[in-house]
Design a protein around this ligand. Structure first.
Ligand code: GDP
Ligand code: MG
Length: 669
């Protein structure tokens, strides 16, 4: 039995999904977090699969995720739909409910966030509302796990009895006439499509191209339809989509009139409005955001994360030396000994030591996200993004890009136009992903110990600035035209839930650990092997004679103008394509430095200036293979992805060249 979970963005779908299935999907307090459907079995029930769909406001598909949801509903025909409704914003949320009623699938309304409704002193007469809508309604609080058991039982009942919404006639007057007349005309074609009659008729009135092409009406039928609809438009003096929207909102207003009692503006709303006056201020909004980020970086890199990371790397050094001693005592073969200690321990260890920093950073970011602040930042950023031809909507994927480009590129599916999507995909890699942090941290500890947070912020901001310039270039060449208007809804400020913050941190830590013990593990072994043998597979005593050095030397000339033309850094950049953390592990393996010693050792290969140039290059050059694969998938072809990557490497080269050459003029040398 398949149950679909459907509702507006940010109404609590994923929270409910986690509650009902016991899984730990990412919950975020801004719209557009879930972009793919996710399935899970409902706890304590046999054979009930729950599908978490991306949030949508209506069934008229404008964005890729709305298409996913609508197709699922019409093609997979779930046994029942749980329509989750945010009770604090009930009129708006019921708009989708009404469309579900038109489709005619069995629906249960889960009236969520009842805890907030109570706290606001509002009340909702569930029974009356249920009568007015002709739908079963269960009041719940997904976050507090109230009413979830009742909801499951009700859903089961509805699905078993195929309890469709009572055939309430939603419309009156002109719209009513048009819908029914058209239902009559399309009767014949409808059978072949399998679409619900009322739904199809409404869609034809709206002029929905997908439904129209499915129905494939004859020319004369199209003419009659057009006459009916334009008559309706003329009599009502609005266009067709607005006429239907008005009809639905009227119905909702009637249904809620007596059932929903609001105690003025809700407490939450008033509080949110007051906070927003400051945080989304026209002038101070962006400076406040920068200060917040500065504070987060300071706490992460200078206070908490640094303290934890230092302790952690000492622990790793200790484990490495224990293994070293143990292997010596056992008299293990020297090559194997070297492989384990100098290859695996050093390589994996150098990356692992950043785990605490990354987890700390994500602790802060998930608090910012969960509280609802990040959605404000998207709002504040809209004006800026518009300048480069994007809308505030693109901010969400870009923000996710600071974590990892792969989900960020997937999150562009929430964007309504192809143009906005493609452009956002191309710009996301400029948002420095968290895998690059170990590189920045290692180099700033080595060369700028007193100004580490400044260098880090500089890199992040530098990435964004390059993104902006690149965006301006794209806007005036490949992507002329205008972005779609920004209509993201600002969620209420909420106290971040401990559970969701922990899940967020754990997800990040897990990704990181998995990477360390798979990609980085293998890369370390490969690097060790290439560094320990020469072309005739003889073990070399000096790494400079190795196969790897030969490869590194081959490409090193490209980087001479950038100041770091040594084979060690070129090799690290290549291995960085498997995963950016590998840059650090490669440097560690090649210099054979203990994890906590790496910063000191790097002094032999870089000056502060060439380190800066190297950092600029790593910041901007092409993303890891996983991200390239995502770009290829979403842009729809290797051709485009390859072009994007070449462009990106070019940008990186030019930027690093500028840094090095200008720096040389300033410091001399
Ligand atoms: P989705 O976008 O529909 O999947 O919504 P999420 O599950 O990601 O939740 C959006 C926000 O609403 C998160 O900040 C949740 O913590 C919060 N939330 C979800 N359910 C409830 C609830 O019953 N009560 C309250 N107060 N907050 C909730
Ligand atoms: Mg979700």
């Amino acid at each position: 039995m398949i149950i679909a979970l459907l509702g507006n963005p940010n109404s609590g779908k994923t929270t409910l999904f986690n509650q009902l299935t016991g899984s730990n999907q990412h919950v975020g307090n801004f719209p557009g977090v879930t972009v793919e459907k996710k399935e899970g079995m409902i706890k304590g029930q046999k054979n009930m699969t729950l599908v978490d769909l991306p949030g949508i406001y209506s069934l008229s598909p404008y964005t890729a995720e709305e298409v996913v949801t609508r197709d699922f509903l019409l093609k997979d025909k779930p046994e029942a739909v749980i329509n989750i409704v945010d009770a604090t914003n009930i009129e708006r949320n019921l708009y989708l409910t009404l469309q579900l009623m038109e489709v005619g699938v069995p629906v249960v309304v889960a009236l969520n966030m009842m805890d907030e409704v109570r706290a606001n002193g509002d009340s909702i007469d569930v029974q009356m509302l249920s009568g007015n809508l002709g739908l079963p309604i269960v009041p719940i609080s997904a976050a507090k796990n109230e009413g979830c058991a009742e909801l499951v039982l009700k859903t089961l009942e509805v699905a078993r009895e195929k309890d469709r919404p009572r055939g309430l006639d939603l419309c009156q007057g002109e719209v009513h006439r048009a819908v029914h007349a058209i239902a009559h005309i399309i009767e014949k074609e409808l059978k072949a499509t399998g679409l619900p009659s009322r739904y199809a008729a409404t869609k034809v009135v709206e002029g929905d191209p997908i439904t129209l092409s499915k129905l494939n009406l004859s020319k004369s039928e199209m003419e009659i339809v057009e006459t009916i609809v334009s008559d309706m438009e003329r009599n009502l003096d609005t266009d067709r989509e607005a006429a239907l929207a008005d009809m639905r909102y009227d119905f909702i207003a009637n249904a809620c009139k007596d059932a929903v009692k609001k105690n003025g503006n809700s407490r939450e709303l008033q509080r949110s409005i007051r906070i927003d006056e400051v945080l989304t201020h026209k002038v101070f909004g962006i400076p406040i955001f920068l200060c917040v980020m500065l504070l987060v970086f300071f706490l992460t890199f200078n206070v908490i994360g640094k303290f934890l990371s230092d302790g952690f790397s000492m622990g790793i050094d200790w484990v490495t030396s224990m293994i070293d001693v143990g292997l010596s005592n056992l008299g293990i073969n020297e090559a194997v000994h070297s492989l384990i200690v100098e290859g695996v321990c050093v390589g994996v260890g150098s990356v692992l030591s950043f785990l605490p920093t990354i987890v700390t950073l994500f602790f802060f970011l998930s608090i910012l996200e969960d509280s609802g602040y990040m959605a404000r930042v998207a709002f504040v950023m809209d004006k800026l993004l518009r300048k480069i031809g994007l809308s505030g909507r693109s901010f969400v994927p870009m923000l996710i890009g600071f974590g990892c480009s792969v989900p960020a590129i997937m999150a562009t599916r929430t964007l309504a136009s192809q143009r906005d999507r493609r452009m956002t995909i191309l710009l996301t890699p400029f948002m420095s992903c968290s895998a690059k942090l170990p590189i920045y941290a290692t180099f700033s500890a080595a060369f700028f110990p007193d100004h580490a947070p400044l260098v880090l912020i500089g890199l992040y901001v530098g990435g964004m600035v390059m993104g902006v310039l690149y965006g301006l270039l794209l806007k005036s060449t490949l992507f002329r035209g205008n972005p779609v208007p920004f209509v993201m809804e600002l969620p209420a400020y909420r106290l971040p839930s401990a559970k969701s913050v922990v899940i967020h941190m754990w997800e990040k830590a897990k990704d990181f650990l998995v990477k360390a013990f798979t990609i980085i593990f293998v890369a370390s072994i490969v690097i060790w092997a290439l560094q320990s043998f020469d072309a005739r597979l003889m073990m070399v005593s000096d790494g400079g004679d190795s196969l790897l050095a030969a490869i590194g030397r081959f490409i090193a000339p490209i980087f001479v103008p950038l100041g770091f033309g040594n084979w060690i850094s070129s090799t690290a950049l290549i291995t960085g394509l498997s995963a950016k953390e590998a840059v650090v592990s490669t440097l560690a393996v090649l210099t054979n430095a203990e994890v906590s010693m790496l910063p000191q050792v790097l002094g032999a290969y870089f000056t502060p200036l060439t380190a800066l140039s190297f950092l600029t290059f790593t910041l901007l050059y092409m993303p890891c293979f996983a991200a390239v694969a995502a770009i290829k998938r979403e842009l729809g072809g290797m051709k485009y992805a390859a072009a994007a990557m070449i462009a990106q490497c070019g940008v990186a080269w030019i930027a690093a060249f500028a840094v090095y050459q200008i720096g040389r003029l300033i410091v001399g040398g």
